[in-house]
Design a protein around this ligand. Sequence first.
Ligand SMILES: Cc1cc2nc3c(=O)[nH]c(=O)nc-3n(C[C@H](O)[C@H](O)[C@H](O)COP(=O)(O)O)c2cc1C
Length: 303
Amino acid sequence: MVLAHKLVKGGERTLLRHHPEETDFGVQLAGKHPEVMAEAAVIGVESGAAFIDLNFGCPIDLVVRKGMGAALLRRPTKLVEVVAAVREAVDVPLSVKIRLGYSQKELNCVQVALRVEEAGADAIGIHGRTRNQRYRMSADWALIDEVARAVSLPVLGNGDLLTCWDLERRRRETCVESFLVARGALVKPWVFAELHEGRPLDPQPVERWSMMRRYLDLAREHFGDDEQGMTRVRRFFLWHLGFWNRYYPWQEEDFLRTAPESLLQARNPHPPDDPQWQLLASAEEADHERIWERLLAGEHPVV
Ligand SMILES: Cc1cc2nc3c(=O)[nH]c(=O)nc-3n(C[C@H](O)[C@H](O)[C@H](O)COP(=O)(O)O)c2cc1C
């Protein structure tokens, strides 16, 4: 997410940097002024964005208090003006991300989606929660389905897709055909392969260390090997470890038992009695530091 008003003033440029192999690279913009958003979209396209996405779902106080992100769900006319202005400014595919509404009492996603379609967007991503829910409760897929039935645009359903069973269920129970996955990819970077194959994958520790090492190599390439770059690499790496350690080999029974609640809050109560699995499942900061130092030193498997 790039703040449009900062981008047009020359800021946020590092967020536009991407790997040459990232041909599907897109830029997501947040802002409330149609002309500023349009100018930012042009900068995004000039910087190589293959598509533009507009963020009307961000629930963060700092963003909402300034009238951006999900705040615009309360001002649908302004929201639509932004969509129309960006549509006018760029030719690349334009998607719009919304939530169900601002609060349970303001569930206006169907009306907003219809107006967004009229304003010329090419797709609508919808996170099945309200702004006030943020990440609490389960995503409401019945309402996402209502949006998908109301508009002719592709709707990208979003919320709590963590396993192949979640995807199978949403495909079966709704008419949504496209999906967005966020936290599942933070916990299991291989989730997309799972969803494609329709079965859980269970990478063993040696593969998981290699994935971490690969992340580290790419992050170093991206941020740079100097002190400033490495400070950022370390910060991001430790942040990711906070998600990676939550993985355990979810089975269909886990899915059935916890559904419709998210498995994200669940932790493996009994990781295998093996030092590598124990370390990979550890939420302790000291263990995360240890993993960072060992991987950085080229020592992996870590245990
Ligand atoms: C750490 C984090 C950062 C996020 N950043 C963005 C963002 O920049 N733009 C956006 O549209 N959504 C963002 N989201 C929300 C996700 O795209 C998604 O809508 C939400 O997490 C629900 O999907 P999930 O259940 O698959 O996680 C973020 C979520 C998380 C957890």
